[in-house]
Design a protein around this ligand. Structure first.
Ligand SMILES: [Zn+2]
Length: 232
């Protein structure tokens, strides 16, 4: 029986090699990466337009932001985790395009995000960027910038690794050599700009907080955040 199923699957793959990245069902070529039923099942947060939503609350009392939003709820072993996994580790950058276009449309329709000047992704640690070959948030950010009529930039906020970390504790730590150091390049004039920092998943908000703090020397700027998902 298992063999028969395998043969059928092989035949299907031969004729329709595209599978849904959410449920692995075969989908027709050019139907996108996510099948219709998975799209309907996506746990949308539906709070992009709401003030004081859960994404914003994560950063309460830590850093000041104008507005924040996440598009989906991330559950362990759920479809969003599956899709983010494909986006991060399996080279499926089209997932970022898909959600960037979709969320971008909703952000553009919201008064809370319609004056964004710059879209900036959370930069990957250089070692990670080298091994992965791409920043999984790039396509998502590019599509959002397009939808908002904003400029997309990966040059303003950069991630440099600590290399002077020499204490024994540091060397024994599993994070040795992996610490991210976010800095804002000084050449860019950010005066009066409204920046949207984008990331894939927000959980504790620690990364986002450090990225926002990197802009603390720039007095007259506004910062908002948008993520594909929020840990439920
Ligand atoms: Zn599916």
């Amino acid at each position: 029986m298992i063999k028969a199923v395998k043969i059928i699957n092989d035949l299907e793959n031969l004729f329709f090699p595209t599978t849904c990245l959410g449920c692995t069902k075969i989908i027709p070529p050019h139907a996108g990466s996510i099948c219709v039923s998975c799209r309907h099942e996506l746990p949308l947060t539906q709070y992009i337009n709401e003030n004081d939503n859960p994404t914003e609350k994560i950063l309460y009392g830590r850093v000041k932001i104008e507005n924040g939003a996440s598009f989906l709820r991330y559950y362990k072993k759920g479809i969003v985790q599956q899709l983010i996994h494909h986006l991060k580790y399996k080279g499926h950058e089209e997932i970022g395009i898909f959600f960037g276009k979709w969320m971008g449309k909703e952000l553009a329709a919201s008064k809370r995000f319609n004056d964004i000047d710059l879209v900036i992704p959370v930069p990957l640690h250089p070692k990670k960027l080298k091994s992965r070959g791409y920043n999984q948030v790039s396509k998502f950010g590019e599509e959002i910038a397009k939808a908002l009529g904003a400029t997309y930039s990966e040059e303003i906020l950069i991630n440099t690794s600590y290399s002077k970390s020499q204490t024994l504790k540091d060397r024994l730590s599993r994070n040795f050599g992996k610490k991210s150091n976010y800095i804002v390049t000084t050449e860019t004039n950010l005066n009066e700009k409204h920046i949207l920092i984008v990331d894939d998943v927000i959980t504790t908000g620690a990364t986002m907080e450090r990225c926002i703090k990197a802009f603390s020397k720039n007095k007259n700027i506004k910062i908002s955040i948008a993520t594909i998902a929020i840990t439920a």
